[in-house]
Design a protein around this ligand. Sequence first.
Ligand code: IVH
Length: 674
Amino acid sequence: MKDAARAAELFRLLHEASRRYYGTENPTLADAEYDRLLRELVELESAHPELRRPDSPTQRVGSPPVAGFAAAAHAAPMLSLENARDEGEFTAFAARCGTDADALDWCLEPKLDGVSISLTYMNGVLVRAATRGDGETGEDVTANARTIRSLPLRLEASDRALPAQLEIRGEVFVNNTDFERFNDARTEDEGRFMNPRNFASGSLRQLDPKLTAARPLRIALYTLVDAARHGFSSQWQTLEQLQRWGLPVEIDHCRRMHGTAGVRARFAELAAARDTLPFEIDGMVVKLDSFRLQEELGFRSRTPRWAVAWKFPPREEATDLLGIEVSVGRTGTLTPVAVLKPVMLGGVTVASATLHNAEEIARLDARVGDRVIVQRAGDVIPKITQVLRELRKEPLPPFRMPERCPSCGTAVVQDTDEVALRCPNAACPAQRQARIFHFASVDAMDIRGLGEKLVEQLVAEGLVKTPADLFRLQPATLETLERMGSRSAEKLVQTIAAAKTRELSRLLFALGIRHVGAVVAENIARHCGSVDALRVATQEQLEAIPGVGEVVAASVVAWMSDSGNQRLLDELTAAGVQPPAPRSARQSARLAGHTVVVTGTLAGLDRRAAEELLQQQGAKVTGSVSAKTSFVLAGAEAGSKRTKAEALGVAVLDLETLQAWLAGGPSPLCKPAP
Ligand code: IVH
């Protein structure tokens, strides 16, 4: 029976793709391909319902909406954890666990900031998913949980016999980038989610599973109910087995430690890594590893005696909005900045927060004098997430953006299609200052010692108007500045001179071209190789560079064609700024980010070898030409693909040109016009 075989194959492909998508291996299927195969399986199953397995990937989407949630009683209550807010509280907890806490083994897990869930597997198949509810009874959210792609609907076989019934608990959560992306796509009416936890909880409790399916939820498991009865002796051993059954476990972030010194060290390590993790964690869960010892200690009414949630310092706090200042950026954009009564957030003192623009202030309805919630997640700039309006004791006047630039007094303008107000005066001291400060910053020309205060003085004294002026500074002139001795003047001039040979990518980023961030600058620099090539690069040539789209390319071309900017480049060159030719060390993955199509007969190289060569260099090889294709590698008798490439303006290279490029020559995709 052909259909059954195809269904089985689709099942296998989709299952494997899903596993890899959420695992650490490279994905096997592109998203579009996954969707296509999934649709095929949906169709097969609706034509032959007998082929539909309960653990089919199709069961993750499109189940009919449920009316409310059925109650789901928990066989064993879902408990919570006692908190330790500092080291002292952790030490007290450890002391309660045994006379010699340093002789015990501890299982340390990240405390994921999501919603807890309980899963039941019968003979390896997921049959129920329930929220915690009041701990005794939760809500049956099986249809919704099935839509979480990283959750296996069927457990994998391992060398350990699978118990007929298993109850496994864990956390449903969302990655920070997925959360931000989802929030950014929300309309004003839909509103934004306050934090990843609200998002996870709201998404899991949608009445229509289709809505849950559209949410980028993830799951991690950490508890096997009755693990000792199933023959396990420790938490660590259990985590490893959960993973072998194919369940997602954040094992890379878990540790087993002997003694409390190790626990303390790991806490410090995890706290330091917090900002680099892809998801929010609000602490570290410390569990006594041995189930025998856990059992001896037992439970209080709602919490186990053998575990504690050692919390990180909070990243969200209420404080007073003391004022709103308006700063002028290097492109003249006016940005309102909240002046806050200083608060500790995640271990650092925060006294200001960005308010983005007037629209954001209106959306929050933030007024000077309000009590506000400030949040600092990861290494991002602190932001106000909420205004506690009900605490407003008296009417406060709404904030209004200034009509004149706070630096130079020029009337501000608003560009069409832009929310932001802008000071149109390119000679505005605040803008000059911001441009020079950016030019000298660490990711740009990295001129250490040229801080904000100093730049402010240099601009105010009229000593520096453009970045090129920096290279003309003399120690004698600098010495006239406040707080500048002869030695530091000398040293600064040397530091500035050393920046003359910074890489092209840094210079390009330092110029402050709109939409050209450090990464894009790196790509452009690698492909263009020199300032001169950049100055004449066309829109098409730039668009052929990975990571460079229409907007970036247009921005670069516009910047390069401005006479003032051309003068700046001339002056920089005259001052001796000369980036070295791109380093050859970067040649190993020259084609990273490129999508390439091979066509025709290549002399001395068969198709497969050509594709391998391209892939080794980081390229993605595809079968059909589109506007997204970086270039077509064409041999003899290249037919329609070549024609299509030419029609689309996609570069067509021969093998010789490609080889010259890979051997270290200039990129043929971006060369000065003849
Ligand atoms: S163990 C009896 N482990 O934190 C043990 N909980 O404040 C109960 N949580 O409701 C839970 N990460 O939602 C445990 N690695 C982890 C956890 C974790 C996050 C959540 C869970 C629980 C809450 C307790």
